[in-house]
Design a protein around this ligand. Structure first.
Ligand code: SAM
Length: 275
């Protein structure tokens, strides 16, 4: 039985109707599955987010020391428990990944997953704030391209800057929509994110730094002066931009990570001096 036949068999056997709301698109393309799992070794503990029917889980279980699979859907959990009952290296947790304390369950794990697309950025943002260093995930191609874009280019968004601050990232493979059952409406890509020991820039107040980036990109058509005047007094902002040598008419997508760090650090300094 090939993986497509196996997927159809399990879906039929358990009367599975993929839940669109939970992003249930099951990957059956063997080369893509192998690419996602390619860097897993027998020394690794792997956290798999959204194991679904267990197709990728089965490949990971052959390669890894341990697989911790976190799945929100009770029907999938029932299938997984039966499918992996004879495996002593597969642990299944029924939970919402956004509620799981990842550093508590396995701080040194690698993350390997075909992510539910509706929460891709929330999951990646969460992972960047844990001790996890190695993330290989299949996601929507457009989001993969945004993550891996160069800051200061049209494709860049807030997530580009968040990821760049913590990590290096690259697209390792494209996965066409025909490789899933059911086919998603979008193309997909495998992205690899590797956390660095050091942050890319020195930031005095990370919360403020992220708030500035986020505010800027939720109003990306506005100039930097107009978008940030919601959180920084306009006259003060004019002075900050002048001192940082950033044009008032620049748009966020024209700015580098260093530019955002300079704005945040100078604003923080002025706030502290005024207190
Ligand atoms: N890994 C399987 C595969 O490659 O075929 C399924 C991937 S499917 C794109 C995403 C999976 O994530 C689904 O099984 C879905 O139920 C699960 N899921 C959705 N939201 C989740 C959440 N918040 N926490 C954990 N799992 C979630």
């Amino acid at each position: 039985m090939n993986i497509l036949e196996e997927t159809k068999y399990i879906m039929n056997e358990y009367d599975v109707h993929p839940n669109k709301r939970l992003g249930q698109n099951f990957l059956f393309d063997e080369p893509s599955l192998q690419t996602i799992a390619s860097e897993v070794t027998n020394e690794d503990t792997v956290i798999e987010i959204g194991p679904g029917l267990g197709t990728l889980t089965a490949i990971l279980a052959e390669k890894a020391k341990k697989v911790i699979a976190v799945e929100i859907d009770s029907k999938m959990v029932q299938i997984l428990q039966e499918r992996f009952k004879l495996y002593d290296n597969v642990e299944i947790i029924q939970d919402d990944i956004l509620h799981v304390d990842i550093d508590k369950i396995a701080p040194k794990a690698k993350i390997v997953a075909n992510l539910p697309y509706y929460i891709t950025t929330s999951i990646i943002t969460k992972l960047l704030n844990t001790n996890i260093k190695d993330i290989t995930v299949l996601i929507q191609k457009e989001v993969a391209e945004r993550i891996c874009a160069e800051p200061g280019t049209k494709k860049a968004g807030a997530i580009t800057y968040f990821v760049k601050y913590y990590a290096d990232s690259k697209i390792v493979a494209d996965v066409p929509r025909e490789c899933f059952i059911p086919s998603p409406e979008v193309e997909s890509a495998v992205v690899k994110i590797t956390k660095r020991e050091e942050r890319a820039v020195k930031v005095d107040n990370e919360k403020l730094f992220f708030e500035i980036i986020k505010t800027n990109f939720t109003q990306r058509r506005k100039t930097i002066l107009n978008s940030l005047s919601g959180i920084i007094d306009k006259e003060m902002l004019k002075n900050i931009l002048k001192e940082c040598k950033i044009e008032e008419a620049a748009r966020g997508e024209n700015l580098s990570l260093e530019d955002f760090a300079k704005i945040a650090n100078l604003f923080e300094k002025i706030k502290n001096a005024n207190n």
